[in-house]
Design a protein around this ligand. Structure first.
Ligand code: PA5
Length: 462
């Protein structure tokens, strides 16, 4: 199981101005946390609570269907192209970057064990969309269109461009190269998929985008590139059991949530940095940033009061960002809590050759890069605590399906518990609607004529 070390957030290490007396806090919040965990467990099956993602570790039928689909697709496609944005893309990117061999798309088919390359078109930059069309042979590409609502402008415009190009190249056969992952009943993509006869998978009810990585949203692309989705689900399942424990002393997600919450509300650490010491885990930070920001950044609390809460998440990468951000983290404003992710056993052990003898850098010869990266993680953590900066560390035994799934599920539960501590609705995102409506108005969507008029006058003033 993943380990969580919070000593460097404790006042005994970094002093009481910036640290917390954690044993006292854990005992003070013991009942609150137990109530939150019990309550989440009770609400997870209730419609409208948006907690169905807590049940994704127990979904054998969907897992079976996805495996069947992936095994039928095997050998038929050179590439998989995922169309989606936000929660429909970030989990997929994070997991494939973590679990596929590095530089996957540059490997030969034999090096990929015959599995396809994978691309995510998670934005609407015209140059990058055009660029992907230069790279892909659409006849040999399986396109996975992923949108829960089925109407997200970015995803559906990607779909329109790509599917139109496919139809031009392949005629009606293009349909065999599309799989749609969307709501079971509602949305434009569902209608199109039914009309066109695309293969489809369902984004389950009450699973929001940023909590959807272990639904078909993530599992379909993962299975298509040969990842072991049984192990992914096993990781989720085992972590779900561990995090069902209502005792804060035994529950790492509860510990993490409480520390983040108290650091923000009592110690002024309103910036939360996620810093894995593993390039493969780099995109876990992107996924975490969305999870934390969209879930916890809220104007109104559950009592209807205006609160404007939410720590700002920041992504960093060790050791790279030691040469970019750490100066600020050590000596700048003491307003951050940093979460390190540490990998105990890398797949590869790489020795640094003894080729520079007695030069000033010769001491590295004979050591491993593995030892160097973890020494850098330790040194940075200790240096930060010398400057009285709080850090916590999540340690993974290795970067594999089981451990990465555990890590992500733990961070989801940590977010849900933090949301309860802030007393906000973790699962909505009202703050993204206004700009969406303006975009619809600017692009001439029917029903948005009045918004367009208001917008025009606001833009004239700006
Ligand atoms: O977390 C969320 O709910 C959002 O980031 C959505 O995933 C994102 O807006 C994409 O939505 P959809 O899947 O409906 O296209």
């Amino acid at each position: 199981m993943i380990k969580f070390n919070y000593k460097n957030a404790d006042s005994s290490v970094i002093g009481s101005e910036n640290g917390l007396d954690l044993s006292q806090e854990f005992s003070q919040y013991k009942d609150t946390i137990a109530t939150i965990i019990t309550n989440l467990g009770q609400r997870k099956d209730m419609p409208g609570q948006w907690l169905q993602w807590m049940n994704l570790g127990d979904n054998p039928e969907t897992v079976h269907q996805i495996k069947e689909f992936a095994s039928k697709a095997q050998g038929q496609f050179e590439s998989v192209l995922v169309l989606g944005i936000g929660g429909s893309a970030l989990g997929g990117i994070a997991v494939t970057e973590a679990l596929l061999k590095p530089y996957w798309n540059l490997l030969t088919s034999a090096q990929r064990n015959g599995m396809p390359k994978i691309f995510f078109l998670d934005n609407i930059d015209p140059d990058s969309i055009n660029g992907i069309l230069d790279v892909l042979d659409l006849k040999k590409t399986l396109v996975a269109v992923i949108t829960k609502s089925g109407s997200t402008a970015e995803t559906m415009s990607q779909y329109m461009i790509i599917s139109d190009r496919m139809r031009q190249e392949m005629g009606d056969d293009y349909r065999k190269n599309i799989v749609a992952i969307t709501d079971k009943k509602t949305g434009i993509l569902r209608q199109i998929a039914d009309q066109q006869g695309y293969e489809t998978f369902v984004v389950p009810d009450d699973v929001g985008g940023r909590f959807s990585v272990f639904s078909a949203v993530g599992l379909v692309p993962f299975a298509l590139v040969g990842l072991d989705i049984d192990q992914i689900i096993q990781g989720v399942k085992d972590m779900a059991v561990a995090l069902g424990n209502t005792d804060i002393n035994e529950n790492i997600a509860a510990q993490g949530a409480l520390i983040q919450y108290l650091m923000d509300t009592q110690r002024g650490k309103n910036l939360s940095v996620m810093m894995p010491y593993s390039t493969r885990l780099k995109y876990i930070s992107d996924w975490y940033v969305q999870l934390w920001a969209e879930s916890l950044g809220k104007e109104i609390n559950n009592n209807g009061q205006k609160v404007n809460v939410g720590p700002t998440p920041i992504k960093a990468l060790g050791a790279t960002d030691q040469h970019s951000q750490i100066q600020l983290y050590n000596e700048g404003p003491n307003d951050k809590i940093i979460t390190f992710i540490r990998v105990e056993n890398f797949d590869t052990t790489l020795e640094i050759p003894k080729i520079l003898g007695d030069t000033g850098i010769g001491y590295l010869g004979g050591k491993t890069i593995n030892a160097l990266i973890n020494a850098e993680a330790d040194s940075t953590r200790v240096a930060l605590s010398d400057y009285a900066r709080p850090t916590v560390t999540l340690s993974l035994d290795k970067v594999d399906e089981y451990n990465v799934a555990q890590l992500m599920y733990m961070l989801e539960i940590q977010t849900a518990i933090a949301g309860e501590l802030y007393n906000i609705n973790t699962f909505n995102q009202p703050g993204v609607e206004q700009a969406k409506n303006y975009t619809y108005a600017l692009m001439g969507r029917a029903g948005y004529e009045d918004v367009a008029k208001t917008l025009e006058s606001k833009m004239a003033m700006a």
